[in-house]
Write a protein that binds this ligand. Structure first.
Ligand code: ATP
Ligand code: MG
Length: 390
């Protein structure tokens, strides 16, 4: 018999009336992800979701990896399924948990039984298996209060399951329960992290990238596609929108004073993102902005940029230190791609002395020189949609 995955729901269990909806969303996200690996039966019993492979040739390591990145699951265990017999259960524990039993110095056995026809009570089963394991592994101490290893046994309708300590999983809320948002994805370190953080709060993401070919190369675009691919395991489904930004940047360069280049450019990004958000049923825009990191991220500059959007702008990184952001980027696997050296459109026409304390009025005045509406319409009309796949 193959092993199965036991997935513990996190915060979802707190959600009262919405609980059923949250759980259904999580199960459908789990089903979609596991369907790429093989056929599974997925069902929930008392806030644990069981994912049971339906054939023996399924790659359970791949399934475990996929589930570790599925938001809404707070911890998980891989359990061996075996026949409902005390000695078969003991043999399964010895075989399946051998490495963990060797590595631990103390342990306890905890049993649950939903099949009440099983001939032993939970306590009797724990005592039997605990006693036998204690004899078989002389280095192990029994510690019922703070054991290093808990050997869990569950006797259910069709089989018994044996598993060790829980493994931590991604936490958060199932993607989809938090609505949808457009996420501005550059090639940098920050925006993949801000995208991940909002997906973790259950937000379905539409990534948008502004592309200034030929000032930035196809390689820069490829890098953003790679970043989106790295985020796919967390975000579920992603279709990257690549917005041509060259004409807008050239117009800004030709018609605006240099010190306003970045501000005006960032306001264009916001206006276009806002339009894409409204056209796609999104309730917010996400950015990787971070207070004080660069000239365009002073409080005044953020205020001027913010005024260009009608939907709320979410900035999950606003109060983080760079080091904290880098730690997350490494953890989620985007860091190495982010530091590849291809130029981003922001660096193409960087002013030597950017305005750090702009007012909205002066920026609106500067924008008078541009036909903003036509430029935005043109950019949106030529946006390329790229469905991200593994
Ligand atoms: P990042 O590391 O995410 O690029 P950053 O520190 O370089 O951030 P900026 O370049 O000022 O900061 O950009 C701030 C935010 O604006 C980014 O985090 C991202 O959300 C968005 N952004 C910047 N450039 C682009 C782009 N070319 N396409 C899409 N979004 C962008
Ligand atoms: Mg950047």
């Amino acid at each position: 018999m193959n092993d199965i995955l036991l997935l513990k729901q996190g915060e979802i269990v707190l959600k009262g009336m919405n609980r059923k909806y949250f759980e259904q969303k999580l199960i459908s996200n789990i089903n979609r992800r596991l369907s790429r690996i093989g056929k599974f039966r997925v069902y929930s019993v008392q806030s644990t979701i069981y994912a049971e492979p339906l054939s023996d040739d399924i790659d359970m390591d791949a399934a475990e990896e996929a589930m570790k990145k599925t938001f809404g699951i707070i911890s998980m265990s891989r359990a061996a399924a075996c026949a409902k017999d005390k000695d078969v259960i003991l043999a399964a524990a010895k075989e399946y948990l051998h490495d963990q039993l060797m590595a631990a110095s103390s342990f306890k056995v905890e049993s649950k039984r939903s099949d009440k026809t099983f001939p032993m009570t939970s306590i009797e089963l724990s005592q039997y298996v605990g006693g036998e394991l204690d004899d078989a592994y002389p280095h192990l101490k029994v510690d019922v209060h703070e054991p290093e290893l808990t050997v869990n046994i569950e006797v259910r309708d069709y089989a018994a399951y044996v598993h060790g300590n829980k493994l931590p999983a991604a936490g958060g809320l199932p993607v989809g329960v938090g609505g949808r948002a457009v996420s501005l994805l550059s090639g940098g370190i920050d925006s993949p992290v801000s995208t991940y953080m909002m997906a973790k709060r259950g937000v379905m993401i539409i990534p948008v990238h502004f592309f200034s070919f030929p000032y930035t190369s196809e390689l820069a675009k490829g890098k953003v596609i790679d970043l989106a691919r790295e985020l796919l395991d967390y975000c579920g489904r992603l279709t990257l929108q690549v917005v041509p930004f060259t004409h807008i940047q050239e117009e800004i360069r030709d018609k605006c004073p240099e010190e306003y280049f970045t501000l005006v450019m960032r306001r264009f990004m916001m206006k276009i993102a806002d339009k894409i958000a409204l056209d796609n049923g999104c309730g917010a825009i996400i950015t990787g902005e971070n207070l004080g990191q660069v000239a365009s991220q002073t409080m005044q500059a953020i205020g001027v940029t913010n005024a260009a959007a009608s939907v709320p702008v979410l900035r999950p990184l606003i109060g983080m230190d760079k080091e904290e952001i880098v730690t997350v980027a490494r953890k989620i696997g985007t860091f190495d791609t982010s530091i590849l050296p291809y130029e981003d459109c922001c660096t193409v026409f960087t002013p030597r002395h950017p305005r750090t304390k702009p007012t909205l009025d002066e920026v609106l005045e500067v924008e008078q020189a541009l036909d903003c509406e036509a430029l935005i319409a043109e950019a949106i009309a030529n946006t390329e949609n790229i469905k991200i796949t593994k």
